[in-house]
Design a protein around this ligand. Sequence first.
Ligand code: SF4
Length: 222
Amino acid sequence: MSDVLRLTRAHFPVTALGYGTRLGIWLQGCPLACPGCIAKDTWDPDGGTAVGVGELLGDVRRAIAAGADGVTVSGGEPLEQAAPLAAFLLGVRELAAAAGSGFDVLLYTGFEPAELDADRRAAADLADVLITGRYVVTEPTGLIWRGSANQRMLLQTPLAELRYAAYLDHEPDTPPIQVETTSDGRAWWVGVPNRPGTKQEVESALASLGYTVESVSWRRPR
Ligand code: SF4
């Protein structure tokens, strides 16, 4: 089993992609090519950086020590790296159990559950929460953390039920968007701008404040 993941980036803290304060991990590579995807920078499977599972678990260890509520794994298509992802998620489970804290895993996938082969299913089963399905640009939604109305949030563990059941049908007035700026005038943002115009509004507001918005993706850190 490979112990290396192709990583787009990782960031802590992330507050717009799941329950509470989280470590965000974006995995590189996606073959699904949803029309309207605004994370095209994550499509190339040879992009990003090769990172050992052990190194990434170090990020999880530090996030738990800092009081994180969980980790969100997105992309790209995380299940394209099913074997090392499963190794990583097993390690996360061990760290969470050792810490004795409620630390959940939210995993985004563009696949539908019925499309998963055995390896992808094994990795997906290690998540507390799965958000499944392609992004369909013609099906906007107000549902929190989902990009389009076809996407489903599946609660796979008691911790997921405890934390996320209240969010299954939750439609906030505006989608949660996290904006970060740097001292040299750059900005990036994280979130799921699932309503028409949200992405443009965020970027226009940042531009009007004089920030240069880095090449974007809807779940992008740093
Ligand atoms: S929306 Fe997600 S699943 Fe679809 S092409 Fe983009 S990264 Fe891949």
